[in-house]
Design a protein around this ligand. Sequence first.
Ligand SMILES: [Zn+2]
Length: 362
Amino acid sequence: MVAPARYSSNTARNGILRAALFDAWDRRCYFCRRWFDVAVMEIDHLLPRYLRFDSQRLDELLGECLPPELVALGFDIDAPHNLAPICRGCNSDKSDRSFAGSMRFTRLLQTARDLEPRVTKLFHAFEDRHALAKALATVAVAELNDPRAKETMTEFGALMVNRLRIIAPEILETPSDYPYSDPYRDELQRIVVTLDETGRRARVILEDVYGCDFDEALRYPIRSIVAAINARLISSMSRHLFDGGETAPDIADPSGRVAVEVTELVYESAEEFRASGRFEADGSSDAAIHANTDSGTAWVQVDAEAVGTFSLYFAPDDDSVDPGSVHIVVSNEDAWCDDPGWKEESYFALTQLDEADDELSD
Ligand SMILES: [Zn+2]
């Protein structure tokens, strides 16, 4: 009988579960969405673990957070449908800040449920009784604080690389990360630049032919990408408020997390380069809605998130790129307003009455 993929008191099995969760959740912290090394990830219980002793409260929370068809599937606090990988920083930040009851939380539980089959499959693959699979799983989640462990891994790593060169060379041709740095970057932005063969060639052209500093050459294109993503979040928020009856919301620039991964950099021709890749972003904005207050305006907080791909062309000597020239394709987006003030009677029912009055008096 194969043991289920489940959080338990068994450290070795939790290590394997951690690697499986990490891979299924796209190798990043679900909270800040940054990419990390599995060795610094922890397993987070979306609904806290103490609830397994308080089934009444657990049922209440599930009723609030999940649609009835998911509640009907049953819930196990320690199963992958309640687990997600989190980085240490976020885990210590988040402990008291449960966002149970919010839309985002509902979506997270839904994502965990969707990923559960993949987590389970990976868990069983990693947990294979084969001694080699076990040894590799140990290496995959190993912490390398111990200098001897690091030394061992470096030495055996070289041996492994040689074996892989013969049995699976495609693994070694995978693109490598470039340590892009922008000292003026917003700390909530996570920018990853990955270069494959074409990207490495484009870098050489930028540096050797155009004499650019590579980080500087990327700075303006990346800023434009972030600006275009934020504009997309704002238009999504604006649509949400519009659908709720607010025709002219005034929305401030969102603050939130933006993860941009440049996966392709190509020297096209005619002094033009093309950068493309994928992004994930979420943000909160203050929106002025024209409600029935003395000042005529009220503020609510509105949220949006978007996932998709981008591409843009840039010239090596550009010191500004128009965000409008960034081509964005969104695969998933959502906007919501959890602000209790939104759509309260005092806002909309009365606002609409006021407007009717205004029209009469005009
Ligand atoms: Zn994090």
